[in-house]
Ligand binder design. Structure first.
Ligand code: DGJ
Length: 741
């Protein structure tokens, strides 16, 4: 039984082959946290881990017992108002102005499997035997408010998921000022925090820093999870590397405002909290109402960061992504955005599609500019019907012509937005998130529709469904190109305005649920000005996402490397684009551009008709290569080998689960003159198997131990063998294929 309750000591022990998570009902009936980490043997009593102790000034729970203070004990749920003086995850304002809450144990149950979270994306099980769930019910007796803590432990992964639900059974209306999905108190502060930071065009760069006393956090208040930060943090030991040591990963299955906060208190206890950002959030709960938080996912690794990422990849690829595209081979696509921007007509599109079909591409995606009067970003969002000047046979006619070429057809939408210059605005200017008496802030000349209104969801459902059912559409790119401001839902009373940010996300999820339910064969790809909403919440609906508008291969090394911290390769939209690159003006070789893009979903974003004969031949080879290896790339085990954040070299590899095949990507940014030899050590191989490695320079066979302990010998500086076939110069890449003999 992976989840145990010891009646006598009132302790819960959640454990599987990898992890243990232990907490108890304390003498005051509240929950105290005892241990989270590598699996330990079960025993009846872990109460010595409660660590009570006298501290001056601390408010205490019992008179005459100066050792039991909520400020000191590690909590299972941190609640504002009584004696816990740290930053807390649950904060409830009551009618009389009191903010004190005391949650006592009431009951618990252990159930097989994993319940769904109503209205919210979450990881799931396919069979009840895959996981067990513990539901602990707490009550504030004065308020008659119940809080359910839910924990799901997967049997064969080092994963524990958490969420909480607050139900108001009392008479008064209460107001949640903070309702975080999880909080966890760890017994020391000897960690480094890892988070993913960036901006448009340079998303998810890895940042690592030692914890200091006080609060450190990562967050979004933009209404979407953002380019700037990602709903993920890791806590690693100083000595932890990609391959060795302990790291705790925390990820939130949510697409809106979030806070992931770490507080190291001055007694060296580290509190981790994750959930909806309390700023801009204030949720009233009348009698009989309940609030469900999003899910937080905790991953434990004692084998370095690669192992943490591999666990996230496996969980998210197989138990978060849903639908037929979860396991189906992903199509190699071509997208016309960087080839034409909005300047196209049917002939131009058909010209690109024709050459795409000819080189073996499988899906043509028509991007922005096909609808209303959309020739620039000042107009037409909301008017989801084709522009007859550009597309005389409409979307259905165009789709037919493209599918007749043997390609699938995909289409871009930006459902959540409206342009002032649109029929929709002329009819429904009141459908915008805005404060009626204040100026609205434009972003990319557009405004955000109020997805808290059911009539807006219905309109979007109907207009998108119409296009999707009238034409043969196999793929949708769902874009979102501005952050939110003036977040206010006109016509609603003041008391519910603090719900709008979250209700927007619930509305978005409902719209996604309806459309993915109605069109189960369609592959949805999420996008937000590139990777501005690349998060686990989106993965639940969209098996893949566009990770960045920056398509430069060298920039992509960092973006893909950082994104891989949490997200599987099969989720990362990656395309080969033209040179000079439109974002950086850099010209990397076509081979390098392909070698980077292979480690994602793979596609093209350029006009194939402008390529030379040699380039076209190279594109054909790339497509053939990807078709041959995409199952391995998308479903294999990914290892980061050398970080672009540490220097000139980036390397990674994907290994098949049976350890018989692997592909290694090696990238050297700038050339060094007359440099030394380098060795690239591989990982994860079977030491006793012989592997043949081949690349452009030739073949060689060695046992796995040699490839892992000594590595591949490289010399890519500009001296030495001038006649070698290995390319030299800046922005070099090499791919190595491993095959067990
Ligand atoms: C932003 C996306 O990231 C791009 O790929 C493209 O679809 C444009 N929007 C279209 O407006």
């Amino acid at each position: 039984m992976p989840i145990l309750f010891h009646e006598k000591t009132k302790q819960f022990h959640l454990h599987n082959g990898d992890i243990s998570y232990i907490f108890c009902i304390m003498p005051n009936d509240q929950l105290g946290h005892l241990y989270y980490g590598k699996k330990i043997r079960d025993q009846e009593d872990f109460s010595h881990l409660l660590e009570l102790g006298f501290r001056d000034m601390s408010p205490c729970v019992f008179e005459g017992n100066a050792k039991f203070s909520l400020e000191q004990v590690k909590q299972e749920i941190s609640v504002y108002g009584a004696g816990d003086l740290r930053s807390c995850g649950l904060h409830i304002l009551q009618e009389d102005g009191s903010q004190t809450v005391c949650l006592e144990y009431m009951a618990h149950e252990i159930v097989p499997g994993k319940p769904l979270l109503e209205g919210l994306p979450a990881t799931y099980v396919e069979d009840e035997s895959e996981a067990q769930t513990l539901r602990v019910f707490l009550i504030d007796k004065w308020l008659d408010c119940q809080v359910e803590l839910q924990y799901t432990l997967y049997n064969s992964l080092p994963v524990l998921t958490r969420n909480i639900k607050i139900s108001n059974s009392g008479k008064q209306t209460i107001r949640l000022e903070a309702a975080m999905s999880m909080s966890l108190d760890l017994p020391d502060k000897d960690y480094e925090m890892i988070d993913l930071t960036g901006a448009w065009g340079r998303e998810r760069h890895i940042q690592t820093h030692p914890l200091h006393y006080g609060i450190q956090s990562t967050y979004s208040l933009r209404g979407h999870s953002s380019h700037n930060y990602n709903p993920f943090i890791g806590l690693k030991r100083k000595e932890t590397t990609e391959f060795l040591g302990e790291v705790l990963g925390f990820s939130l299955v949510y697409s809106g405002n979030f806070l992931a906060q770490v507080e190291a208190d001055t007694y060296d206890v580290t509190r981790v909290m994750m959930g909806i950002h309390p700023n801009g959030f204030s949720w009233s709960l009348s009698s009989g109402e309940a609030f469900q938080t999003p899910e937080a996912v905790m991953v434990y690794s004692d084998q370095g960061m690669n192992k943490m990422s591999q666990t996230f990849h496996e969980l998210y690829r197989t138990r978060l992504v849903r639908g037929i595209w979860r396991d189906r081979t992903r199509p190699i696509l071509i997208n016309n955005w960087e080839a034409t921007y909005m300047d196209f007509d049917e002939d131009k599109i058909l010209g690109i599609a024709r050459s795409a079909a000819d080189v073996g591409i499988e899906l043509f995606v028509l991007d922005d500019g096909w609808f209303g009067k959309r020739n620039s970003d000042t107009t037409s969002l909301g008017d989801w019907y084709p522009n007859p000047d550009k597309l005389p046979s409409g979307i259905s006619g165009l789709a037919r012509k493209i599918t007749d070429m043997g390609l699938k057809f995909g289409l871009w939408f930006e459902p959540e937005m409206i342009s002032k210059e649109s029929d929709l605005y002329r009819k429904h200017s009141d459908w915008i998130l805005s404060v009626p008496y204040r100026a609205m802030s434009p972003g990319r000349n557009q405004y955000v529709l109020d997805l808290t209104k059911p009539e807006v969801i219905d309109y979007l459902d109907e207009s998108l469904s119409k296009v999707l059912s009238e034409a043969d559409i196999s793929y949708v790119k769902w874009d979102m190109n501005r952050s939110m401001s003036e977040v206010f839902s006109a016509g609603k009373e003041s008391g519910v305005q603090g719900k709008v940010y979250h209700q927007y996300i619930l509305g978005l999820y409902e719209l996604y649920e309806r459309l993915t339910g109605k069109f189960p064969e369609v592959l949805f790809e999420s996008c937000a000005s590139g990777g501005g909403r690349f998060d686990p919440g989106m993965l639940y609906f969209c098996p893949q996402g566009w990770i960045s508008d920056d398509t430069d291969a060298i920039e992509r090394l960092k973006i893909q490397y950082g994104t891989s911290m949490v997200y599987p390769l099969a989720s990362m939209g990656s395309h080969v684009s033209a040179v000079p690159n439109h974002q950086t003006h850099r010209s990397a070789a076509l081979a390098t551009r392909g070698d980077v893009a292979y480690f994602g979903t793979f596609g093209y974003e350029l006009d194939l008709n402008l390529l030379s004969g040699a380039e076209e031949a190279r594109v054909r080879e790339q497509i053939e290569f990807m078709k041959k290896h995409r199952e391995l790339i998308h479903k294999g085990i990914f290892y980061r080998l050398a970080s672009p954040f540490d220097g000139n070299i980036t390397a990674w590899m994907v290994l098949s689960k049976d350890k018989n095949r692997a592909i290694v990507g090696y990238y050297r940014t700038l050339v060094q003159v007359n440099g030394g030899y380098k060795r690239l050590k591989l990982a994860g191989l079977d030491a006793d198997k012989k592997y043949r490695i081949s690349d452009i320079a030739g073949e060689r066979s060695c046992y796995g131990d040699e490839w892992m302990e000594i590595g591949i010998l490289l010399n890519d500086s500009t001296s030495g063998d001038y006649h070698s076939k290995v390319p030299k110069g800046d922005f070099l890449s090499r791919l190595f294929l491993l095959e067990a003999e």
